[in-house]
Design a protein. Structure first.
Length: 506
């Protein structure tokens, strides 16, 4: 197979540039590595070759293949050395004027038909190419660290980018062993845009005092299947990286409420509590291990009250079966007895609203999150309201822990934890489709590969039900009065009609 680009220049020998150079050489290209710092390109080439030597030691590469790959990469010390390249990718500092000057200088060196690509993660491709004589050959080619392992790359068309340039880069990405997703030149492109919901909504939950950081992390891992909780993830990426991205996308979208950052991360950034790399973030780290307080013990109770379940509870038949299986006495009357534990299972509403609207005794009312099928989760989540009696809270906790499944008890929250985080993720993804940032298929591919979510956001919406997502958002908007939760028109129409979010003709 003929490689799309035979001679590739990489400008920037940092971790990103080295990663791109490595996979370009593995795709069959001759690679020239350039860096403005003296000796950096040579050190970068040596680091790449050291990677191949490690693969050789592990038996994943033989001597001949290592020698061929090593022969494809060369360090150079001037931009003039890139004259023969048919593709040049820059991976330098995220500074608009630095990148603009670099590409203006490149245009004077390379052939008119050479493709020029930027690995920018936060700047406008259109703005970078605006000062070029031929902006039609400028394109975003955004990889993620570590490049050899993160198998997705965003191909971003600027306002004047030629469509054929995007097609060639997408084909080249495939030769590199990466999935190419195509995006319009919008803030955050696909992955960083779609990723706004997970952390920012978790921060809002923590900021409301609904639950502590560790509890929120446990819930989202055990209920929804995320590999890392949002605060574990923020500690891993570090707040000096993640908080500026939150602020940048919020500002670039002219303070769109869906992307609103949190004062919590701003304060921790100012304090230098950045995460793992500083030994303290949302968790404290000892020898790289997060220190977490143990979960609260299950209350030890001799008896338990009878249980009355709201007729409007989500998944009511399943909840009835679950309570029966756990051995509680079920009440079947139209109203609860004076001693019963009252269970509600709202979508989007808080326990307080349900108790008030349905005229239930709030002192005995506890909510349970049943958006997710109980059999599919490792954790049950209960919520009290401000009037819930401690004995009723403890009775509910003890009941739902009888079979050994973990139980978290949180304070009142519209949408509990999982509902509101998942609905926010799905809503942002739906609005990206509304804006035509990318195709629905590329969106799910990019997020699953780039962020490691258990499903793409649209597949997540289908899993839990587009109609349920819509109900959660409408009800959360009622509870909070915040335009952050207004449903995207794209989701509202599909949710109202019960249509799939992933199988769409648009």
């Amino acid at each position: 197979m003929t490689v799309q680009f035979s001679n590739v220049g990489i400008i920037g020998a940092g971790a990103m540039g080295r990663g791109i150079a490595q996979i370009a050489a593995q795709a069959g290209s001759q690679v020239l590595l350039l860096d403005s710092f003296e000796g950096a390109a040579v050190r970068g080439r040596d680091a790449i070759i050291a990677q191949w030597n490690r693969l050789l030691e592990k038996g994943k590469l033989d001597d001949a293949a290592r020698d061929i790959l090593s022969g494809r990469i060369r360090a150079v010390d001037s931009m003039q050395a890139l004259a023969s390249c048919d593709l040049v990718i820059e991976a330098v500092v995220e500074d608009l004027e630095v990148k603009r000057k670099l590409f203006r200088d490149l245009e004077a060196v390379v052939a008119p038909q050479a493709v020029l690509a930027t690995n920018t993660s936060s700047l406008s491709v259109t703005a970078i190419g605006a000062a070029m004589a031929q902006p039609q050959r400028m394109v975003g080619f955004h990889f993620f660290n570590p490049v050899p392992l993160m198998k997705v790359v965003e191909v971003v068309a600027g306002f004047k980018t030629d469509a054929e340039v995007c097609q060639r880069l997408a084909a080249y990405a495939k030769q590199m062993g990466h999935a190419a997703v195509q995006a319009q030149d919008t803030p955050g492109f696909i992955v960083n845009h779609a990723g706004r919901g997970y952390g920012t909504e978790a921060l809002r939950i923590a900021g409301e005092g609904v639950a502590d950081f560790a509890t929120i992390d446990r819930i989202l891992k055990d209920q929804a299947g995320f590999r890392l909780g949002p605060f574990e993830l923020l500690d891993l990426t570090a707040l000096d990286v993640s908080h500026p991205v939150m602020e940048s996308i919020y500002r670039q979208y002219y303070e769109e409420p869906r992307y609103r950052p949190s004062v919590i991360t701003a304060q921790r950034l100012a304090a230098g509590a950045l995460g793992r790399k500083t030994g303290e973030g949302f968790y404290r780290y000892v020898d790289g291990v997060a220190q977490q307080a143990p979960e609260p013990a299950v209350p030890a109770l001799e008896g338990s009250p009878s249980v009355w379940i709201s007729p409007r509870a989500a998944r009511r038949p399943e909840l009835i079966r679950l309570v029966h299986t756990l051995g509680a006495q079920l009440e079947t009357g139209a109203t609860p007895s004076s001693a019963a534990l009252i269970l509600v299972a709202p979508l989007g509403f808080d326990v307080t609203t349900v108790a008030a609207v349905d005229r239930l005794d709030a002192t005995r009312t506890v909510g349970i999150d049943l958006m997710v099928d109980d059999a599919a989760t490792k954790r049950r989540v209960l919520a009290t309201n401000p009037a819930t009696r401690p004995d009723m809270r403890d009775a509910a906790h003890a009941l739902f822990a009888r079979d050994g499944k973990a139980v978290s008890v949180i304070r009142d929250s519209g949408g509990f934890v999982t509902q509101r985080v998942v609905a926010t993720i799905v809503n942002i993804a739906a609005d990206m489709c509304q804006q035509q940032v990318c195709s629905p298929a590329d969106l799910d591919t990019a997020v699953k590969l780039g962020l490691g979510y258990p499903q793409g956001p649209l597949a997540m919406g289908d899993l839990y039900g587009p109609t349920n997502m819509l109900e959660v958002l409408f009800n959360m908007q009622t509870v909070y009065g915040d335009p952050r939760y207004r449903p995207s028109p794209w989701l509202r129409r599909r949710g109202a009609l019960g249509l799939s979010l992933t199988h769409t003709e648009e």
